[in-house]
Design a protein around this ligand. Structure first.
Ligand SMILES: [Zn+2]
Length: 453
C-alpha cells in the first residue's frame, strides 16, 4: 500500500479489502460486516446490552444489533471481545501532539507560560503533525470522536493545517476554531471562511465548533454560522446569562458558583470534565458531584497530552475513583447526605453518549443504535490484564487500557485491526513529529536531551 505525504493511507473497509486483511470469513460482494458473537454494550437502553450478540455494519452505518443475526456479510469473529461505541473526547488541544509529556511536573501557570507561551513559534506544519499524532493516538486508544480545541489560530494557514492533520488521520472530529497569536490571527471572523471551505456539509467526519472565550460577541459569530460553542468556564457567568444555550459546552467548571450551575443546567448546557488534568495541574476539584447534583451528565476530556495520556480509560478510572473518594471521605463529617455513588456503567456513558451529546453528534454516534454511524470499538477480553471476563463494565473501566483496543471502526471504516493502526506509516509519523519537536524545542530554548528539563 502506497502511503501519502501524510504517512496515512486511505483504507476503506469494503468487503474485499477486509478479506485481504485477514477477516475470518470469505468476503461476499457486499459492503456489510458482521461482528459475530461479542459481548455487546450498545449503551442504548432501547437496544440493550448483550452477553453474546452480533453487530451488523452496512456501509458507514450500523444496520442491526442483536443475538444470532444472519446476513450476507464479511464476518469478523468478535468472541473474546467487548463490542461497544467508540469513545468520545470533548476537549483536547491537539496541536500539542508533538509536545507530549514535555511538562510532566507543570502546574497550570507553568503550562500557560511554557506551552501557550510558545504559540508564536508554531508553524502550520507543526500544528498539522501535532493534530495528526494526537488523532492517531486517539484512534489507537479507541477514541473515535474528539473535539480539537484549537487555540492555535495564528493564521488561516495554521487553522487549515490543523484541519488537514485531522483529515489525514481519518478520525471523526469537531474542529474547535480558536484564537491564536500574532498579526495574522483572524479569530473569530475567519470561522465564516472555515464553514464554507471545510465544513459546508453536515454529513462528513469533520464538523465545526467555536473554541471560544467567555464572550457573548464571539458566541454570536459562531451561532451565525451554526457552530456550537466550547469554552473554558468558571465563576458566575455574569453577563452571559442571555447567551447561554444547549449548544454550549463548559470545560472544567471548577470555580462555578451555585448560580452558574443553575444557569448551565437551566439552559441545557453541557459539561466537560478533564479530571486527571484538573487534579494534576491545580485547576481545582473536578466538579463531578456538582454536575450530577444539577442533573447534568458530564462528558470527559483529555485536555492536554503534555501531561496526561490520550485514552479514555484513564479518564473513566479517575472520575469513578474521585467521585467515590469525595462521597465516602470519612473526614468530611456527616452534615451532608452521601450522594449516590457512580457505577462503572455511568462513567462508560460519560465517555461515550454524554460526549456525543456535548459534541452535538448524538444523532450519529455515542451508542450502538441501528441507523447511527458505525463508530465501534472491539476490546480484547482474553488478554492477561483482564481475563477471565466476569463483568464487562467493570473490565472496561477498572482493568482495561489501550492495549485491549483490538479493532476500531469509524463510520464503518476499519482504522485499527488486530491491535494495529491500519495504513499508518508510524516511522514516518515519528520522524515528522521529531523534526517538529526539534524545531519548536530549539526555538523555545528547551533541553535537547530526552530526560527533560
Ligand atoms: Zn483546555
Amino acid at each position: 500500500m502506497a502511503t501519502t505525504a501524510a504517512g496515512v493511507v486511505a483504507a476503506r473497509c469494503s468487503s474485499s479489502s477486509a478479506s485481504q486483511r485477514g477477516a475470518t470469513a470469505p468476503a461476499a460482494q457486499t459492503n456489510r460486516i458482521l461482528l459475530k458473537g461479542g459481548c455487546v454494550l450498545s449503551l442504548d437502553p432501547k437496544v440493550g446490552d448483550f452477553d453474546v450478540a452480533d453487530v451488523l455494519i452496512e456501509g458507514s452505518r450500523i444496520a442491526a444489533v442483536g443475538p444470532n443475526l444472519t446476513a450476507t456479510a464479511t464476518t469478523i469473529d468478535a468472541s473474546n471481545t467487548i463490542v461497544m461505541p467508540g469513545f468520545v473526547d470533548t476537549h483536547r488541544h491537539m496541536w500539542q501532539g508533538a509536545l507530549r509529556n514535555s511538562l510532566p511536573n507543570g502546574l497550570i501557570g507553568d503550562y500557560s507560560r511554557e506551552i501557550l507561551g510558545i504559540r508564536a513559534i508554531m508553524r502550520p506544519e507543526d500544528v498539522r503533525i501535532g493534530d495528526l499524532v494526537s488523532a492517531l493516538g486517539a484512534i489507537n486508544a479507541g477514541v473515535t470522536t474528539v473535539l480539537d480545541w484549537s487555540h492555535i489560530g495564528n493564521s488561516p494557514e495554521h487553522t487549515d493545517a490543523a484541519i488537514d492533520g485531522l483529515r489525514a488521520a481519518g478520525i471523526r472530529a469537531v474542529y474547535g476554531y480558536g484564537s491564536g497569536v500574532g498579526a495574522a490571527n483572524q479569530y473569530p471572523a475567519d470561522i465564516r471562511r472555515l464553514r464554507k471551505q471545510h465544513f459546508a456539509s453536515p454529513d462528513q467526519l469533520l464538523t465545526l465548533a467555536l473554541a471560544g472565550g467567555m464572550n457573548a460577541k464571539e458566541w454570536a459569530v459562531a451561532r451565525d454560522v451554526g457552530a456550537p460553542i466550547s469554552v473554558h468556564a468558571g465563576g458566575s457567568l455574569a453577563g452571559l446569562e442571555t447567551a447561554l444555550g444547549p449548544d454550549v459546552t463548559y470545560i472544567h467548571c471548577t470555580t462555578f458558583t451555585e448560580g452558574a450551575w443553575k444557569l448551565v443546567a437551566g439552559s441545557g448546557g453541557h459539561v466537560s470534565i478533564a479530571c486527571p488534568i484538573e487534579m494534576e495541574m491545580g485547576i481545582g476539584v473536578p466538579p463531578i458531584q456538582q454536575s450530577l447534583d444539577h442533573g447534568i451528565r458530564p462528558s470527559l476530556s483529555v485536555d492536554v497530552e503534555t501531561e496526561m495520556p490520550g485514552d479514555m480509560f484513564t479518564q473513566m478510572r479517575s472520575v469513578f475513583t474521585l467521585q467515590r473518594m469525595l462521597a465516602l471521605n470519612p473526614l468530611q463529617g456527616t452534615n451532608r447526605p452521601q450522594p449516590a455513588l457512580l457505577t462503572v456503567r455511568d462513567v462508560i456513558e460519560f465517555a461515550t453518549i454524554a460526549g456525543a451529546r456535548a459534541n452535538q453528534l448524538d444523532r450519529k454516534v455515542g451508542t450502538l443504535t441501528p441507523g447511527k454511524d458505525a463508530d465501534i470499538v472491539m476490546l480484547r477480553t482474553d488478554a492477561i490484564n483482564v481475563l477471565p471476563l466476569n463483568n464487562a463494565y467493570g473490565a472496561v473501566v477498572l482493568a482495561m487500557d489501550t492495549s485491549n483496543v483490538d479493532t476500531v471502526f469509524i463510520a464503518g471504516r476499519m482504522v485499527k485491526q488486530g491491535g494495529r493502526l491500519v495504513g499508518v506509516d508510524l516511522d514516518r509519523i515519528r520522524r515528522d513529529a521529531e523534526q517538529s519537536r526539534d524545531y519548536v524545542a530549539g526555538k523555545a530554548g528547551w533541553s535537547k536531551t530526552r530526560l527533560g528539563r
